[in-house]
Design a binder for this molecule. Structure first.
Ligand SMILES: *Cc1c(COP(=O)(O)O)cnc(C)c1O
Length: 359
């Protein structure tokens, strides 16, 4: 078998090797059940035990209080762009902070269901920073305020949360479990799984219980959080295998020492890259320093041909998927939880070598 590469893809992205190996061992026969997890009835005790443990481990890892429900739904983060207004727009008004393309898409989708006020935006500056929401005008009777905690394409993150009266809703797809979050500060936290959790298609939705039961009549049943909460995320057949893999990742994060420990490792990994970039004569980080992401590190040489040559040469060394998003170009190293420190060290060593040869 070919050796595994260091995969810097923004998502779907690397999973911990021990998670993949465990899944492989258990693939054909899980425990003493005589069948694969994929073959289990989602209503059987053998499966609901897996489901319950997965949710309990996530509650543990994120210290999720009893005030909040945990849902494991389908349709990725994008499905929630629709579910959020459909479940929360009682007054028909919401505030959005536009800090990146996913934030923009979330706001555009919400406009189909109500009035959307863009409190602040960094769109005109290619989203290189988190816009200054402190100067923005929030709607007094907004049903919620929506933010994107980490902007995957541009490599920026919120360093401070907006203090708002309305429930705060965040898209945490590319940062969940990478740093400690105070769940009690949020009305809703949602995250597509394919960055820090497991396979794509699955979405973790953590919602404050008092926000359930407000869905619009037109809200499809499958998108209705109250319906899903009452059904234990099983109004229809859930993504059983994806949930099982998410559970393996949650166990792995626990073995690594939990989210606080992951955060320490992630700060160190990101610093390795940014320290190099800040002293480089060839490469330059693109996000404003204050808002730099710990998960997605974006950088350029300033010469599109050199960027392309770098991406190609890195791939030949087993450092793959470093090309930036098609909308911004340049490079992006996504260094989620499952990217080991050694992968980042190897990348920095290669960048040094490439710099020496191309300056
Ligand atoms: C990847 C990503 C999405 C899209 O997730 P899907 O699961 O493809 O719908 C949305 N928001 C953010 C911040 C992301 O990083």
């Amino acid at each position: 078998m070919m050796e595994r590469v260091y995969n810097f893809s923004p998502g779907p992205s690397m999973l911990a090797q021990s998670v993949l190996e465990k899944a492989q061992q258990e693939m054909v026969v899980y425990g003493n059940t005589g069948m694969s997890v994929m073959e289990m009835s989602h209503r059987s005790k053998m499966y609901t035990d897996i489901y319950d443990k997965t949710v309990a481990d996530l509650r543990d890892l994120m210290n999720i209080p009893d005030t909040h429900e945990v849902l494991l739904l389908q349709g990725g983060a994008t499905q929630q762009f629709s579910a959020i207004p459909l479940n929360l727009m009682v007054n028909g008004k919401a505030d959005y902070i536009d800090s990146g393309n996913f934030a923009h898409l979330a706001a555009e989708e919400a406009k189909r269901y109500g009035e959307v006020n863009i409190v602040a935006s960094s769109r005109d500056d290619v989203y290189t920073y988190i816009p200054d929401w402190k100067k923005g005008a929030f709607t007094p009777d907004a049903d919620y305020v929506h933010i994107t905690s980490n902007n995957t394409i541009y490599g920026t993150r919120y360093v401070e949360l907006p203090e708002v009266n309305a429930p705060l809703v965040t898209d945490a797809s590319s940062m969940i479990l990478s740093e400690v979050m105070d769940v009690s500060k949020f009305g809703v936290i949602y995250a597509g799984a394919q960055k820090n959790i497991g396979p794509s298609g699955l979405c973790v939705v953590i919602v404050r219980k008092d926000l359930l039961g407000k869905a619009k009549d037109i809200c499809p049943k499958l998108l209705n959080w109250e319906v899903q909460a009452k059904a234990g995320s099983m109004y229809n057949t859930p993504n059983t295998y994806g949930i099982y893999l998410a559970g393996l990742t949650f166990q792995w994060v626990k073995e690594m020492g939990g989210v606080a420990e992951m955060e320490k490792i992630n700060i160190e990994k990101a610093a390795l890259l940014y320290d190099f970039l800040d002293n480089s004569k060839l490469f330059k980080a693109t996000a404003q320093k204050e808002f730099r992401s710990r998960m997605n590190v974006t950088f350029i040489t300033g010469d599109a041909d050199k960027d392309a040559a770098f991406v190609k040469a890195a791939a030949a060394e087993g450092l793959v998927n470093l090309k930036g998003h098609r909308s911004v170009g340049g490079m992006r190293a996504s260094i989620y939880n499952a990217m080991p420190r050694e992968g980042v060290v190897k990348l920095v060593d290669f960048m040094k070598k490439f710099e020496a040869e191309n300056i």
